[in-house]
Design a protein around this ligand. Structure first.
Ligand SMILES: Nc1ncnc2c1ncn2[C@@H]1O[C@H](COP(=O)(O)OP(=O)(O)OP(=O)(O)O)[C@@H](O)[C@H]1O
Length: 351
């Protein structure tokens, strides 16, 4: 993707500092640490993709930014103002700047309201337009997202999944936000519709100078739209860097596993990747101390004793990326990479 203002040194629009979110565990159980010491920034007109399997903590980060779940510790700032514990009035004001699009537009659109009413409602939450002006703005926005003006008179049930997602995008943009959190916005859509919605989001970003925090389990989808990608596993950042670097040249074994999981058009290649993934399946996941181990160690084909007894720090790699893996230097060196699996097997035998 082309360079953005975000990369020209402007202050970040969103800044998350050492965010940890815990939920109470069951009776006599430890709390669930859904997000563990995560720091990230999103710049003006930048798209940052957050990728990881189900349960890795992606949505919880998005919800903590929106104030829908409390941060256990850490700090969230928007446009240089701290919003970690922002109260209702401040959240309302922020609501204009910070919008969200969810995976399932049907459940988030009121079925008994016309699209025009829904869009006008968002507009009125932030400005005081008269009826004519509101109707004109609804019609312009529908056109912008590729729907005809008569959609305003219809109800959500009249629209396909892809069209409903366009409506959800229109609703978010009625507030003229600067940052949109997109939480799996295309996961429920067919592949061809998915591509149309992603292209629309990209066009709107250029036109309206938006920033996106794009959350998805699908690395290929995230790659399509993002300038930078952050890979999350069990609430922790495993790897981050430019989208091209993370997708085309992943270093962390978990990122590599995600790349292999991405669907590819060639069925032979798909089978080869699936077989490889199976070889990399969990080797028995003993209970580990999360403070003193790599969370991916039980599934990692390259894990050694150190991975089970010491937490790898998130450290910079040459080229600007960051990684949390004790063995990243070996994994990056093509002369060593062939040897690594056998070393891992040997190490496992030792333990
Ligand atoms: N309200 C809650 N109460 C208790 N545990 C929760 C709550 N919300 C999330 N969790 C737990 O936090 C962890 C992270 O969940 P989260 O939904 O953020 O993951 P995710 O990566 O977005 O996955 P998915 O794509 O399936 O939503 C999971 O173990 C989940 O069970």
């Amino acid at each position: 993707m082309k360079t953005t203002d975000a990369m020209s040194g402007d202050a970040p629009l969103l800044e998350i500092n050492q965010l940890t979110v815990e939920f109470p565990g069951g009776r006599r159980q430890r709390p669930v640490r859904a997000v563990d010491d995560v720091s990230l920034t999103i710049g003006v007109r930048e798209t940052v993709g957050l990728v990881g399997e189900s349960g890795s903590g992606k949505s919880t980060i998005g919800r903590a930014v929106l104030g829908l779940v409390p941060a256990t510790s850490g700090k969230v700032s928007f446009a240089s103002a701290e919003i970690t514990h922002a109260r209702y009035a401040e959240r309302r004001r922020l609501g204009r700047e910070l919008q969200v699009i969810f995976q399932d537009p049907y459940s988030s659109l009121n079925p008994s309201r016309t699209i025009g009413q829904t869009l006008t409602e968002t507009l009125r939450a932030h400005t005081r337009p008269d009826q004519r002006e509101a109707a004109a703005r609804v019609s312009t926005m529908l056109d912008r997202v590729g729907l005809s003006a008569d959609a305003a008179q219809r109800y959500p049930a009249h629209f396909s999944g892809g069209q409903r997602q366009r409506i959800a995008i229109a609703r978010a943009l009625m507030a003229q936000p600067s940052l949109v959190i997109c939480d799996e916005p295309t996961s429920a859509l067919d592949l061809s519709v998915q591509a149309q919605v992603l292209n629309l989001l990209r066009e709107l970003q250029d036109e309206l100078h938006l920033s996106y925090f794009f959350i998805s389990h699908d690395l290929a989808v995230v790659r399509h739209l993002s300038h930078r990608i952050i890979v999350l596993y069990k609430g922790r950042i495993m790897e981050q860097g430019s989208a091209a670097e993370v997708y085309e040249n992943p270093t962390h074994p978990y990122t590599r596993a995600l790349t292999e999981a991405a669907p590819v058009p060639n069925p032979h290649e798909q089978r080869r990747r699936r077989a490889q993934r199976l070889r990399q399946a969990p080797v028995g996941s003993q209970e580990q101390d999360p403070e003193h181990s790599c969370p991916f160690a039980p599934r990692c084909p390259h894990a050694i004793e150190r991975c089970r007894t010491s937490r790898p720090p998130l450290e910079p790699m040459p080229g600007g990326g960051m990684i949390a893996c004790h063995r990243w230097q070996e994994l990056r060196d093509p002369r060593l990479v062939a040897r690594v699996p056998s070393e891992a097997i040997a190490a496992r035998r030792e333990t």
